[in-house]
Design a protein around this ligand. Structure first.
Ligand SMILES: Cc1cc2nc3c(=O)[nH]c(=O)nc-3n(C[C@H](O)[C@H](O)[C@H](O)COP(=O)(O)OP(=O)(O)OC[C@H]3O[C@@H](n4cnc5c(N)ncnc54)[C@H](O)[C@@H]3O)c2cc1C
Length: 227
């Protein structure tokens, strides 16, 4: 639908820098070429990455970058021939910040009837960020040992991801989501941000989508005013 409306999608590349030109337009330097635009939305990037792209031109973005405390997770995906304990498809840690969830069959991650995929994750406490991949993987495998004894005998394949960003910033005590940066909070005309750390609405993907929609509305309004 976006393409029908004239949107150009540049895949297989990445933004390297974003600079405002003397005429107020933005020059986005890509790994493979460049783009010029009246309005830029920095989406899908955390505040530190936005700051790196802008190179220090916005004091507000600098503050966001230095204040942000990302939420990190250690993740283990295991594909099993079958579920050893079918009654125990989901579990939440009470004494430890982990969860276990069989995503199949609700998500079609394997050809039907050929196996099951279980996801085990731990939200990494700040004091444990320095733990090694071997330490955290052993903890997650230990969770499966308790929830699904025998899982190692039916293991087809496993993938461990040590530090995944769940959210680029943790809502702060006292202000929560209302204290998050706003879409136009960088304070520079034509520069908007969106992501799971932006806007007062929602958490995680919900926040990314709602701030993305708001950024789109504001960009469209700016374009109409300029027309
Ligand atoms: C293990 C795990 C479980 C999660 N579970 C849930 C859940 O159950 N529910 C939920 O709502 N959320 C969940 N989340 C969070 C959710 O995935 C994020 O909040 C959401 O993906 C953020 O969307 P986004 O579009 O802002 O960023 P992303 O989805 O991270 O997309 C960013 C995109 O930008 C691209 N990019 C980065 N830098 C550049 C650059 N310089 N130039 C061009 N492109 C660039 C990246 O390649 C990527 O494609 C989970 C996250 C993790 C890690």
């Amino acid at each position: 639908m976006a393409i029908c409306e004239g949107v150009q999608i540049c895949g297989g590349t990445s933004a390297q820098s974003v600079d405002q030109q003397p005429d107020g337009r933005w020059l986005v330097q890509l790994r493979t070429g460049e783009l010029s635009a009246a309005t830029v939305i920095a989406a899908g990037l955390g505040p530190s990455s936005v700051e790196a792209l802008l190179g220090g031109v916005s004091p507000a973005v600098q503050t966001w970058a230095s204040d942000a405390v990302p939420i990190m997770a250690a993740c283990l995906d295991a594909c099993l021939q079958r579920i050893p304990e079918p009654q125990q498809r989901f579990g939440l840690g009470v004494d430890r910040p982990w969860y276990v969830s069989f995503h199949t069959p609700y998500a079609r991650l394997v050809p039907e009837g050929t196996g099951e995929v279980v996801h085990v994750a731990k939200y990494v406490p700040s004091v444990e960020l320095g733990r090694t991949p071997a330490q955290d993987r052993a903890e997650l495998e230990g969770v499966l040992d308790r929830m699904q004894p025998g899982w190692r005998d039916v293991l087809v394949n496993a993938r461990y991801l040590h530090r995944m960003t769940v959210s680029h910033a943790t809502p702060a005590p006292g202000t929560s989501t209302t204290g998050r940066p706003t879409v136009d909070g960088a304070g520079i005309a034509g520069l908007l941000v969106a992501g799971d750390w932006v806007g007062a609405h929602g958490m995680l993907a919900d926040a990314a989508l709602s701030s993305g929609a708001e950024a789109g509305r504001q960009a469209a309004a700016l374009a109409m005013m300029a027309a």
